[in-house]
Design a protein around this ligand. Structure first.
Ligand code: DSN
Length: 421
């Protein structure tokens, strides 16, 4: 076949970028990636993400597009929708949101006018920016009311949620979090939303894979709208999706396009379909349960070594450690851990007295390590390494020794999708 000037592979066409991508591939292989919102997408998901579907514009929805040439794309998008519908047992799915924040913005656009009251978990308590936090557009364009967690046990205070909802009558009530290590009580939230006439929206970005695998209760049937990213425990491409009851289908679709976005990212749509196909396999349920079992073992190991955990442990995929009793700022610990080969993020803890950019905690998750096949035995070692570094964040010999032990374990657990196994 005749070649064109565009045919050479990346390594020839742009060696600098090829090298950077290779470096990142090696980093992802050699380190323990414990940021709870990250994972490893499979080779099949990555192939679809980097496919020629990238080249097609498809504004609109299957069967009703504004551009011709949709013979294949319509089938791709319908397949993604049907697979996600079957996974969650929902009436309607939109797979076009570019990620979680646009998915959530579309929900506001579907149900609210500027200035309306909305309610969500406050960022310092573990909520997401887009649930109405002040610095986000969702806190600037709407009158946002934040609920939090109890001071004594750091669990969601449902009495406070009910009281605030009765007082403020929000249009939307969000249930969902990015740094909350416990099971969410969707039935209780649904009761509150019903009483005050709010649309209950569950943001399951972090836990969608756990919901599919039945390692966390599903909000479907209780929340009228469910949003999620597709790259966390779902293990798909960077993207977003909105699930809803039939009665909201048209409002949600109109809000995503033409309300908020232009053409969907078709290669991501295809990769969502691939991830949904993978999540429908029986082994995905085992994965989801192992994510939680690993997080519990990690939490127990950290507590046994003197770390203080928000809520004392975990029911899901993440652990939030408050390092203030140790006298070590979260950022200092996170940087030392990264040098030792354990990648976490520093994070505020409830009622934190430090600033968000220099907070008291670190947030750890098990989705990526579990994808690599690590289990309880490895989690006990990980707990030992984390506690060791937190106790000696400036001891070069300790960091060096830990880095060697981490690298040895990583070498035995090849990560999917990297092409290094
Ligand atoms: N969802 C956030 C996280 O938890 O990392 C990013 O927005």
């Amino acid at each position: 076949m005749a070649s064109t000037p565009f045919d050479p592979p990346l390594a020839i066409r742009d060696p600098d970028m090829a090298r950077l991508i290779d470096d990142e591939r090696v980093r992802q292989h050699q380190k323990l990636r414990m940021i709870p919102s990250e994972n490893y997408a499979s080779r099949a998901v990555l192939e679809a993400t980097g496919s020629v579907l990238n080249n097609k514009y498809s504004e609109g929805y299957a069967g009703k597009r504004y551009y011709e040439g949709q013979q294949i794309i319509d089938v791709v998008e319908r397949l993604a929708i049907d697979r996600v519908k079957a996974l969650f047992g929902v009436d309607h799915v939109n797979v076009q949101p570019y990620s979680g924040s646009p998915a959530n913005l579309a929900v506001y656009l579907a149900f609210c006018n500027p200035g309306d009251v909305v309610m969500g978990m406050g960022l310092p308590a573990g909520g997401h920016l887009t649930h109405g936090w002040s610095v986000s557009i969702t806190g600037k364009y709407f009158r946002s009311v934040a609920y939090g967690v109890r001071r004594d046990d750091h669990r969601i205070d449902l009495d406070e949620v009910r009281r605030l909802a009765r007082e403020s009558k929000p249009k939307i009530l969000w249930v969902g979090a990015t740094a909350y290590p416990r099971t969410l009580d969707y039935a209780a939230f649904a009761e509150i939303a019903r009483e005050v006439g709010a649309v209950l929206c569950a943001d399951i970005a972090h836990i969608s894979g756990l919901v599919i695998g039945r390692a966390h209760p599903s909000p479907v049937g209780l929340a009228e709208v469910v949003t999620s990213t597709t790259h966390k425990t779902f293990r798909g491409p960077r993207g977003g999706m909105i699930l809803c009851d039939a009665k909201h289908a048209s409002a949600i679709d109109k809000a995503v396009f033409p309300g908020l976005q232009g053409g969907p990212h078709n290669s991501n749509t295809a990769a969502i379909a691939v991830a949904a196909h993978e999540a429908a396999q029986p082994e995905f349920g085992a994965y989801a349960h192992q994510v939680v079992a690993n997080a519990k073992t990690l939490a127990e190991g950290l507590v046994a070594r003197g770390l203080s955990l928000v809520t004392g442990g975990t029911d899901n995929h993440l652990v939030l450690a408050d390092l203030s009793p140790k006298g070590v700022p979260g950022k200092v610990a996170a940087r030392a851990l990264d040098r030792a080969g354990v990648v976490v993020n520093y994070n505020s803890v409830p009622f934190d007295t430090r600033k968000p950019f220099d907070p008291s905690g670190i947030r750890l998750g098990t989705p990526a390590l579990t994808t690599r096949g690590m289990r309880e035995a490895e989690m006990s070692r990980v707990a030992e390494w984390i506690a060791r570094i937190v106790d000696h964040p400036e001891d070069e010999a300790t960091i060096e020794r830990t880095r060697g032990e981490v690298a040895e374990v990583c070498a035995s657990f090849p990560a999917p999708g990297l092409g290094l196994d």
